[in-house]
Design a binder for this molecule. Structure first.
Ligand code: HMG
Length: 391
């Protein structure tokens, strides 16, 4: 625990997109065996953002129910983690702050380090609450994962946002010390400023991830963390859900445990349900895994959960959380399932059109057609400014 005050996740809400592309559709289009996706990488479908959706609209959709439930009086900081920034200077969280009508006495900042920055944002929030337990921090992780058409990464796209309220005496999960941390300068996945799609060395990225599992676990245990057997479940960053399986097998092996498929499934089972149909949501992915676990597993009260957050480049962190008694009454399971199930299936031609869509860069007025069914939308661009509005 952080000092004497229990601090952690008081509320958790996820949002995703208007559209979904199934891997069956993708496989049929590119002449691949769908089993390569469904069994090989553990993905069934991926969320596709409509042109009037982006990291801001998803983030605001995820955060709105949290503010509705708890009010904004204690929220003095909004930390927005993303690697799909919509501006090089202004924090995307300021748009969310405005859409949700948060008080002006708020600090808003954006954090970046590939998929890891959601965890940096959570730890930043915990530190602020530790300093003043009366404050709450709204932590948001929101991303749209995009690779080139026809590239191996294409099957691992997706999009989602997670909003978490970080608070003293949290109602869902207490986040504990110590953390095991790891950084290594590895070019496994990156996106230069002039590209809209990521570059990746797929095999290198998987081995970098597994190296980070070892590095974080070594640091975690050296700092006196729990034994492996004390964890009930593990939420891994899931670029594709099979990666969680690979990571947990690797951890068992590294710790000298027998790699038993039933034990792996018990540890990660319910954490992959949402990500298998949403796809990679970068910064949000590990927290989507947590939502999936809390929503779908039997009672986890007082159980320890392990978290492995990985961001290419590469930075990673392993830490533990303990599920708080009474958490089940506060879950948003129904709205999470609805957000996933109400997505509209699109064909390959429509997906391709959306993938290739980009706005002109001449500063003109460009309204965006209404497509999202979410509560907020990108209304258009005007004078190089993005205009957001409630739907
Ligand atoms: P690929 O070359 O398309 O696929 O790349 P593959 O040939 O390696 O096959 C994938 C798996 O499917 C293999 O299983 C095959 O055996 C199996 P594995 O050997 O790995 O266990 N397979 C089949 N299984 C059943 N029936 C079949 C069949 N055919 C093949 N018929 C790759 C796959 C993941 C590399 C690619 O999609 C990619 O490059 N994705 C993007 C990179 C990525 O997700 N890396 C993960 C680690 S890095 C990370 O997590 C960070 C990230 O989120 C970014 C950030 O931090 O911001 C990406």
């Amino acid at each position: 625990m952080s000092g004497e005050t229990a601090i952690g996740i008081h509320d958790l809400s996820i949002a995703t997109t208007r559209y979904v592309l199934t891997h069956a559709t993708l496989a049929a289009q590119i002449g691949s065996d769908v089993a390569k996706y469904e069994r090989g990488i553990g993905q069934v479908s991926m969320s596709v953002a409509a042109p009037d959706e982006d990291i801001v609209t998803m983030a605001a959709a995820a955060a709105e129910p949290i503010v509705a439930r708890h009010g904004a009086d204690r929220i003095r900081t909004v930390v927005f983690a993303t690697e799909t920034a919509v501006d090089q200077a202004k924090a995307a969280g300021i748009h969310v702050h405005s859409l949700l009508g948060l008080p002006s006495a708020t600090r808003v900042v954006e954090l970046k380090q590939a998929c890891y920055s959601g965890t940096a944002a959570l730890q930043f929030g915990i530190s602020l609450v530790h300093r003043d337990p009366a404050e709450q921090v709204l932590v948001i992780a929101s991303d749209v994962s995009k690779y080139d058409l026809g590239s191996p990464g294409e099957a691992t796209q997706g999009a989602a946002a997670v909003a978490m309220l970080v608070s003293a005496d949290p109602a869902l999960v207490r986040i504990e010390d110590p953390s095991g941390i790891f950084t290594a300068d590895i070019m496994d996945f990156w996106r230069p400023n002039y590209r809209t799609t990521a570059l990746v060395d797929g095999r290198e990225s998987i081995s970098a991830y597994l190296q980070a599992v070892e590095g974080t676990w070594k640091d975690y245990t050296e700092r006196g963390g729990h034994d492996l057997d004390e964890f009930r479940a593990f939420c891994y960053h899931q670029p594709f859900t099979k990666m969680a399986n690979k990571a947990h097998r690797h951890l068992l092996n590294y710790c000298g445990h027998e790699v038993d498929e039933a034990a792996v499934n018990r540890a990660i089972g319910h954490t992959t349900t949402y990500n298998a149909v949403i796809g990679n949501s970068y910064t949000a992915s590990m927290y989507v895994a947590l939502a999936s676990l809390l929503d779908n597993a039997d009672d986890l009260t007082d159980q320890a959960i392990g978290f492995l957050s990985y961001g290419s480049g590469a930075v990673a962190e392993f830490f533990a959380g303990t599920v708080v008694p009474g958490y089940r009454a506060l879950l948003r399971s129904r709205s999470h399932r609805e957000a996933i199930s109400r997505r509209q299936d699109i064909d390959y031609a429509r997906y391709r059109e959306i993938h290739e869509h980009s706005f002109p860069v001449d500063g003109g007025d460009y309204p965006v057609p209404r497509e999202t069914t979410g509560p907020f939308r990108l209304a258009g661009l005007s004078g190089h400014k993005r205009i957001y509005e409630p739907r």
